[in-house]
Design a protein around this ligand. Structure first.
Ligand code: ACO
Length: 312
């Protein structure tokens, strides 16, 4: 039992923080940020704008794109690491705020920057088991809540936003989420984690070193598992953390740069929303076309890492 992609949508907060805006409030430069990360700007949510607000906006856009209503969906999964409330889940809030008449099962997945891959892994498992008809998978983050304006080494890296994809059960196992792999190594917890007072604690160079190995490893693993080569893949949509990590990973895998989708310049690192935001950007701009095969590897705090293959 397979699935296919039937809708997509995203939401980016109105406020854009450029590198020049950071230059005004901390000891940094546009040149340093662009050279080290490839980031030029990011969106920051308003003070009173929540992760659930952004998730609802992305969900509405995806439903409109699919020409469906919330009650046509029979499961909602939200990948998020930055919910304002410990409970209930953002997914439940989305279903409630959209006035669903059915009792749609809804839950969050917390996998940091690999969260969206973990969420897709769950969706694929439910489709494979034949348990659900239509699943909406949302990635939504308010990373700006964790941004410490006194720490220039992390403040410039992150952004806010949400993206949503809707998948429907299908008899084909060659469309939609075709394959997923997820992994973790909790012994590397210290490398990158949140603090109780909502700060990002990160060993940047060590995180960089792990990322340039783990993302290509996951990509290679999933290609081997699916019995395909880089020639079969139309696009790589890597987790958008840093342009240098993306380029180094592509080189390790032998992928030409023309096949790599980059949105980190516009969105920065939106953690669990990164993949869905990058994909919806590519669909909206007719960059990734219907029928193409996308390989999406990610890594993040935990450490966690993984990859998925999606035929769009
Ligand atoms: N502006 C100017 N200078 C800066 C800034 C800044 N914003 N930030 C750091 N610097 C300085 C440092 O203070 C240091 O100065 P010093 O040499 O005088 O001490 C110098 O730049 C070099 O610092 P490094 O940390 O060695 O710089 P590096 O080249 O490693 O780049 C970076 C830092 C961009 C953070 C890089 O290590 C990186 O991208 N790491 C991966 C981070 C990442 O992807 N995190 C997200 C993980 S996913 C998730 O789950 C959240």
């Amino acid at each position: 039992m397979g699935n296919r992609l039937i809708g997509y949508g995203s939401y980016l907060p109105a406020r854009i923080m450029s590198n020049a805006d950071f230059e005004r409030v901390m000891d940094t430069t546009d040149q340093w940020i662009v050279e080290r990360t490839g980031i030029r700007e990011r969106h920051f949510a308003a003070e009173n704008e929540t992760v659930a607000d952004m998730a609802v906006a992305a969900a509405r856009a995806a439903l409109e794109n699919a020409k469906l209503k919330i009650d046509d969906i029979d499961m909602v999964i939200v990948a998020t690491t930055t919910p304002e409330l410990d409970f209930p889940s953002v997914a439940v809030q989305v279903v409630g705020r959209m006035q669903a008449q059915k009792n749609i099962p809804a839950f969050d997945v917390r996998g940091a920057c690999t969260g969206y891959i973990y969420a897709l892994h769950c969706a694929r498992a439910f489709f494979t088991a034949g348990m659900h008809e239509r699943i909406m998978v949302i990635g939504a983050e308010k990373m700006s809540r964790f941004v410490d304006m006194t720490d220039r080494s992390t403040a410039v890296l992150f952004g806010d936003g949400a993206g949503a994809l809707i998948f429907e059960r299908s008899s084909s196992s060659y469309s939609g989420i075709i394959d997923t792999v997820v992994m973790s190594d909790g012994k590397k917890f210290d490398m990158l984690h949140g603090s109780p007072d909502h700060k990002i604690i990160m060993n940047g160079p060590e995180t960089y070193k792990q990322a340039v190995t783990l993302m290509p490893d996951a990509a290679r693993y999933i290609m081997d598992h699916a019995g395909i080569t880089p020639d079969d893949v139309d696009w790589i949509v890597p987790h958008q953390a840093n342009l240098r990590i993306i380029q180094s990973g592509a080189a390790r895998l032998g992928f030409p740069l023309e096949k790599i989708l980059v949105t980190v310049d516009k969105h920065a690192n939106t953690s669990g929303a990164s993949g869905a935001l990058a994909l919806t950007y590519a669909f909206d701009n007719n960059i990734i076309k219907k029928g193409q095969l996308v390989l999406y590897p990610a890594f993040g705090s935990g450490l966690t890492w993984g990859a998925t293959l999606i035929r769009v």
